[in-house]
Design a protein around this ligand. Structure first.
Ligand SMILES: Nc1ncnc2c1ncn2[C@@H]1O[C@H](COP(=O)(O)OP(=O)(O)OP(=O)(O)O)[C@@H](O)[C@H]1O
Ligand SMILES: [Mg+2]
Length: 417
């Protein structure tokens, strides 16, 4: 590789800072977590859905390193969107361009973007990691980099994995440049806007038609027609697109591969495989039925949501109150790290750290809306439950314990993600 290729990527070698057009003033909440882990030895991996801001985050980190006095020639960025045969090739070109041999004083920071495009990347990283303790790697990829079990094994203990999700409600407010003292009435209208717009940084403030077009042609087309085709060799792009549409117009649906296969006129195994690929591309969140210990056939029960409401609104134009409730459910589920709902004779939408959470985005909460929560609390002897509402906020003391009612917008603002 010619050193000029690397020089194009690494402007800071010459002008001592990252070019302004690659940076954005707003820092995602993951930024601070990343800063803290820059001093650890482990490789940091930032994965996540397309267009959520991974590359921007890398450039913000580079600028932070330069601001903190790291030598500009000690920072390398390369994206495997550009062809390179191996990591050796990139690193040799860097060593030549900057006359580095990694034995000098100080640390080196190597940022590798789109690393999924480099075959056997994990072995190549491992080699450098083990040989050069002074080199800190930050790698990024859009599909799950760890889909193959052996990748995890190769890098066991050497990697710190972070996922950049679409923006949360509080990031949405932050990106709009709004402060923290926003009147409740304004927050509520922002929440409605967020439900429609979702969390891709680029579509905030854009018109509806433009947002739909963006999600379909920039995000989904890129994942389905480019990433999945090139990485997994799946050619049935039409079925993949139909599958994501079906799931997006039924957020929270129970995953029934046989029925999906029938609807899409495909075999069950392909549909299961496609669903997994869409999940590994960070488009879907799959929730499993909560079980404390016993094995059960119900354990196989799964529910599926798109990871962002914009994927729903890209396919669905008419949104009535009832459907808005399902969008809220999707947003709430994605604002937590929970991977569980619970279903027995009744059900609850999520189990978060052992606490049952039910979502009822409606004007009035009545006793029967608490049934699932109460049953869960009784069965698992849990004294707390949470009911996420449209507006109501209060505590209900019951024989099972206490149920807190909390408006959806407030829950999203308070969530730590
Ligand atoms: N913190 C931010 N503030 C404002 N805009 C942002 C921010 N982060 C990202 N964006 C914008 O969102 C778009 C996508 O960002 P970026 O290219 O960093 O995402 P990505 O995850 O690397 O995407 P891809 O997976 O396609 O490589 C860009 O137009 C970028 O300017
Ligand atoms: Mg990128």
């Amino acid at each position: 590789m010619k050193k000029e290729k690397l020089e194009e990527f690494n402007n800071w070698w010459f002008i001592k800072s990252v070019p302004q057009d690659l940076l954005r003033p707003y820092k995602r909440s993951l930024f601070n977590q990343l800063i803290r882990s820059l001093n650890n030895r482990q490789v940091i991996s930032i994965t996540g859905l397309r267009r959520t801001g991974k590359t921007t985050l890398m450039f913000q980190l580079i600028q932070k390193l330069l601001d903190d006095g790291v030598k500009n020639s000690s920072v390398l960025y390369f994206s495997f969107d550009e062809y390179a045969e191996s990591l050796d090739e990139v690193i040799n070109a860097y060593r030549e361009a900057q006359k580095k041999d990694f034995r000098e004083e100080g640390k080196y920071y190597i940022f590798l973007d789109e690393i999924q495009k480099l075959s056997k990347w994990e072995n190549q990283i491992k080699k450098y990691y083990d040989l050069y303790p002074k080199v800190k790697f930050v790698i990024s990829g859009s599909e799950s980099l760890f889909i193959a079990e052996k990748t995890k094994e190769t890098l066991a203990g050497r990697i710190y994995e972070l996922v950049l999700k679409p923006m949360s409600f509080s990031e949405f407010i932050g990106l709009k440049g709004l402060g923290s003292n926003i009147p409740t009435i304004k927050i509520k209208s922002l929440f409605l806007e967020y439900l429609e717009t979702g969390g891709f940084p680029e579509i905030i403030g854009k018109e509806k038609a433009e947002r739909k077009e963006y999600v379909k042609s920039i995000v989904l087309d890129k994942i389905i027609f480019k990433d999945i085709v090139s990485l997994f060799g799946i050619r049935d792009t039409e079925a993949l697109m139909q599958l994501i549409e079906l799931i997006s117009t039924n957020p929270g649906m129970y995953l029934d591969y046989s029925s999906l296969a029938q609807q899409l006129d495909k075999d069950r195994r392909s549909i299961k495989n496609y669903t997994i690929l869409l999940k590994e591309s960070f488009l879907l969140k799959i929730m499993c039925n909560y079980r404390k210990n016993s094995m059960s056939t119900l354990r196989k029960l799964k529910r599926v949501y798109p990871v962002d409401s914009s994927i729903i609104t890209a396919f669905k134009s008419l949104i009535d109150d009832q459907f808005l409730g399902r969008i809220v459910e999707c947003v709430i589920v994605n604002h937590t790290n929970s991977n569980h709902f619970w279903k027995n004779s009744h059900e609850v939408d999520m189990v978060v750290d052992g606490v049952p959470v039910e979502i009822k985005y409606q004007n009035k909460i009545v006793d029967k809306d608490l049934t699932g929560l109460r049953e869960f609390m009784r069965k698992f002897s849990v004294k707390k439950g949470l009911l996420i509402t449209k507006d109501e906020e209060r505590q209900e003391k019951l024989e099972e314990g206490e149920i807190s009612l909390l408006p959806a917008w407030k829950f999203c603002l308070e969530s730590k993600l």
